[in-house]
Design a protein around this ligand. Structure first.
Ligand code: GLU
Length: 400
């Protein structure tokens, strides 16, 4: 019998973290590798936020806090939800965790019983299914194909709901596709949920502020106020505020759910880093104009990568509405052989050969539940992106 738990055998390590770690190890070993795996901005945390972190240290704000966050940060989060999403929450409806990851994990741990189902549109962020499995639940996938702009339809959602459904996880703009639901598209989904009052909605709004071409972000509780009492609206400072390493995510929702999440956190990690919490107060309450400047850079990089990918025979790359990912299809390349002799039968073969033969690290589509595709994170310098695109082009041209 294994020493390890049976639950652990239900899950796999995070593939995004694995690719990023491997690329960094190869670089540290002196290999010429361009990492397009990590989903994190290459910009530094803005100075006023860094200063707030330093001030917190100098002011002795270095001790434990309430397990799910300081009052000042909860207030700032309530103000954020009002300002950006026209949603009214009180601090007792807010939970702060160690990144968006801990927030989602706490919520699933707090609510799932064995056999409970969690509806997850695919492609999905790699951690949703495994978190549901760790919490004893069963992921139920709904395929959002490239032909439907990587978005699910109301009929698909309706068909996936069973008496065992507990959660519907909704992520827009999406990691890994960057696809965003318009208000009308989201309303069509919330109309379905109105007919099934046992189903709760967990949103992942992490890319709210990273949108392009005038795309208007909206979130379920805002579009359908009747869902407010069964929605957990999740967000964080990692991406828009360039604070991935500070590890601050948050959620707002019904008080009893927030209290249940607090119970889990009080028995696991306790409070998220105190210094990071004070920096997050400044992020949310301070100036936001740098976000538009960053987005102009991200949009330029998005266009560069989309153009380069679509110029390759066998690759189709839609234009995303937000986030900093593209998710090209390599359907036209499957069955070919690389210059190095690798058979490209799956998107995992493609990503492996691309890293080994050309030194470009991307994440294969199967990790996100829709193949044959791969994810490029374009949150890296223009130079690195141009070089990486040229290498991907050469790799694909060399396939026979
Ligand atoms: N969300 C980022 C990504 O998808 C960070 C890595 C992770 O935690 O999965 O790359």
């Amino acid at each position: 019998m294994s020493f390890l738990s049976a639950t652990l055998s239900r899950v796999k390590p995070s593939p995004t973290v694995a690719v990023t770690t491997l690329a960094n190890e190869l670089k540290a070993a002196g290999k010429d590798v361009i990492g397009l795996g990590a989903g994190e901005p290459d910009f530094d945390t803005p100075e006023h936020i860094r200063d707030a972190g330093k001030r917190a240290i100098d002011d002795g704000k270095t001790r434990y806090t309430a397990p799910d966050g300081i009052a000042e940060l909860k207030q700032a989060i309530c103000a954020k939800f009002k300002r950006d999403n026209d949603l009214d929450y009180t601090p007792s409806q807010v939970s702060v965790g160690t990144g968006g990851k801990q927030i989602l994990y706490n919520a699933l741990m707090a609510t799932l019983n064995p056999g409970d189902e969690v509806i997850i549109p695919a492609p999905y962020w790699v951690s949703y299914p495994d978190m549901a499995l760790l919490a004893g639940g069963e992921p139920v996938f709904v395929e959002a194909s490239l032909e439907h702009d990587f978005k699910i339809t109301p009929d698909q959602l309706e068909a996936a709901i069973t008496p065992k459904t507990k959660w519907f996880i909704f992520n827009s703009p999406s990691n890994p596709t960057g696809a965003g639901y318009t208000r009308d598209e989201l309303k069509a989904l919330t109309d379905v949920l109105l007919r099934h009052d046992h189903v709760w909605v967990m949103t992942d709004d992490m890319y709210e502020h990273l949108t392009y071409d005038g795309f208007a972000f909206c979130t379920p509780a805002q579009v359908e106020p009747a869902l407010y009492d069964r929605t957990l609206t999740c967000n964080g400072v990692s991406k828009a505020y360039c604070m991935t390493g500070w590890r601050i995510g948050f959620a707002a929702g019904p008080e009893n759910l927030i209290a249940a999440m607090r119970k889990i956190q009080s028995q696991s990690t306790s409070n998220p880093c105190t210094i990071s919490q004070w920096a997050a107060v400044e992020a949310l309450n301070g100036p936001h104009d740098f976000i538009a400047d960053n987005n102009a850079v991200f949009k330029r990089r998005r266009d560069l990568v989309v153009r380069a990918m679509n110029a390759i025979d066998g690759i189709t790359c839609p234009i995303p509405d937000g986030a900093f990912y593209v998710y090209p299809s390599i359907a036209g390349l499957i069955g070919k052989t690389s210059q190095g002799g690798a058979s490209i039968d799956t998107d995992e073969d493609f990503a492996k050969a691309l890293l080994e033969e050309m030194g470009v690290a991307v994440v294969f589509g199967a990790a996100f539940g829709l193949s044959p595709n791969f994810r490029i994170s374009y949150a890296t310098s223009d130079d690195a992106l141009e070089k990486a695109c040229t290498r991907i082009q050469e790799f694909c041209e060399g396939l026979t």
